[in-house]
Design a protein around this ligand. Structure first.
Ligand SMILES: [Zn+2]
Length: 267
């Protein structure tokens, strides 16, 4: 695990077990913000230490869940009396899918997991004025995905919406996802923290993610231009995840044609 100070009031905690994941903290004037809570109470021990070391034990904690995939909220239960901020769909997903995620990903539990959904939900945006920290709806990787922006340090936290080498899709929401990524390009940020990548200072990865989504939207994906990692994620994860949705749309024929091309290439 690596702990790194960022800007004037941020701390980035990068976990490596069982896979690389970022949790970000903002020590505000009125609240301590914990952006995503990873895999359970053991994951969050370091966060409690940092709060203590920085002398913030008496300050209220605000947790933020970027979305309701298990690796972003299983540590919520480690904070007593904390307010949990998340999109209203994030709350719905935790309530609906929480129990089954515990069974499915049991091996990834790190310490006790008490399933707690967001308690302070929003539809479009929620701002903590005194702290100059903003949360806003950014559907893409999932329909409940949202992001956070620290207006003082200009740090943008995007959950799993930005990912290398290509994003994980859960829906055929290409236009919506592209709009979200383009909205990131318009913001004045110095650093982007994504869920499972090294912090980003440049636009490259966002632009690459947009190009991939654009090629899906237009069904002009060049399979042989994808690296092995990209091809694997594209075929084994993304096409599987969006298949049922696409089969109900006008893109059905193009999708089937693409599947046939992929199968031919892979023998
Ligand atoms: Zn994730």
């Amino acid at each position: 695990m690596i702990v790194e100070k960022i800007g004037s009031r941020g701390v980035l905690i990068s976990f490596s077990d069982p896979y690389y994941t970022n949790v970000y903290m903002i020590f505000g004037d009125e609240h301590v913000f914990v952006l995503d809570t990873f895999l359970g109470n053991n994951s969050m021990k370091i966060i409690h230490h940092l709060i203590e070391n920085e002398g913030y034990v008496d300050m209220p904690v605000v947790i933020f869940n970027s979305h309701a995939d298990y690796d972003h909220y299983w540590g919520n239960g480690s904070f007593k009396d904390a307010s949990i901020v998340g999109h209203e769909h994030c709350r719905e997903r935790v309530l609906l899918e929480g129990e089954s995620s515990l069974l499915k990903y049991e091996k990834h539990k790190r310490g006790m997991v008490k399933l707690l959904p967001p308690t302070q939900t929003f539809q479009e945006t929620l701002k903590f004025e005194d702290d100059e920290v903003r949360f806003f709806y950014t559907p893409g990787h999932t329909l409940d995905s949202s992001s956070s922006y620290d207006e003082i340090d200009k740090v943008l936290f995007v959950g799993d919406n930005v990912e290398s080498p290509i994003p994980y899709l859960n829906h055929a929401n290409f236009d919506q996802y592209i709009r979200t990524l383009e909205s990131y390009l318009k913001l004045d940020w110095k650093l982007i923290i994504a869920g499972h990548d090294q912090p980003l200072k440049k636009l490259d990865l966002i632009n690459r993610n947009i190009r991939y989504l654009d090629s899906l939207k237009n069904w002009n994906i060049k399979i042989d231009s994808l690296s092995n990692d990209e091809l694997h994620r594209h075929v084994e994860q993304n096409l599987v995840a969006i298949k049922d949705e696409l089969m109900r749309t006008v893109y059905k024929e193009k999708f089937l044609k693409h599947l046939a091309e992929v199968e031919k290439l892979r023998g």
